[in-house]
Design a protein around this ligand. Structure first.
Ligand code: AMP
Length: 215
């Protein structure tokens, strides 16, 4: 499958992307995960991105496009991909359209995950993420907790609350989403690619996406 997942922070893009990727082997491409790993390893990209990320701001479009140009041209994307957290702005969506044309890649559709704000706030403040950059498993202290000592069930590393998941940072990220990312819904509606999925569980969303794909 070749799809984009759109949705506010905390709408469940990461979980849905992971499940879809396990289903047919399409690669999950999360710009957030790539950037967090870059910050951890201290690469050039990481150094440039860190301050924006800590503030809950978007990283500049040029940096993201340089990263995605390379990523989408990689051979593993030929089989299929799930874009999780990209594009995030109209300039990114425009640039992606050109890039896909260049690479002769056609998207199946764009999945818009529609989740009420109260649900999002609750989910984000209770989220914990594995601190191992190669793992980054996501937990929720209410519905899917890590081990009792706070360690990751998969790799044993400590799970943490991300710096950008404090209450204040979340409010700011949601405002950024409204201002910069939500216009993408109209953009993809106009392109005839938008498919809207109301707030349900990740498993139900995945089933609905598969039906939409005719699988
Ligand atoms: P996420 O894990 O998708 O919520 O991303 C975490 C942070 O990484 C965001 O708050 C942004 O600072 C940055 N980021 C991730 N994807 C993008 C993108 N497509 N454009 C700009 N910044 C991004």
């Amino acid at each position: 499958m070749k799809i984009i997942l759109l949705g506010a922070p905390g709408a469940g893009k990461g979980t849905v992307a992971k499940l879809l990727s396990e289903y047919d082997g399409s690669v999950q491409i999360s710009t957030g995960d790539i950037l967090r790993s870059a910050v951890k390893t201290g690469s050039e990209l990481g150094k440039k991105a860190k301050a924006y990320m800590d503030a809950g701001d978007l990283v500049p479009d040029e940096l993201i496009m340089a990263l995605m140009r390379e990523r989408l041209a990689a051979p593993d994307c030929r089989q299929g991909f799930i874009l999780d957290g990209f594009p995030r702005t109209i300039p990114q969506a425009d640039a992606l359209k050109g890039l896909l044309r260049e690479l002769r890649i056609e998207l199946d559709f764009v999945v818009s995950l529609e989740v009420p704000r109260e649900v999002i706030l609750d989910r984000l403040t209770t989220r914990r993420t594995c601190s191992n950059p190669d793992c980054q498993e996501i937990y929720n202290i209410k519905s899917n907790p890590p081990l009792p000592d706070g360690r990751c069930k998969k790799c044993g590393s400590l799970t943490i609350q991300r710096d950008d998941e404090t209450e204040a940072a979340i409010q700011y990220r949601l405002e950024t989403y409204e201002k910069k990312t939500s216009p993408l819904i109209e953009f993809y509606r106009t392109e005839g690619l938008l498919r809207q999925f109301p707030s349900v569980s990740s498993v139900e969303t995945v089933a609905a996406v598969k039906r939409q794909l005719g699988k």
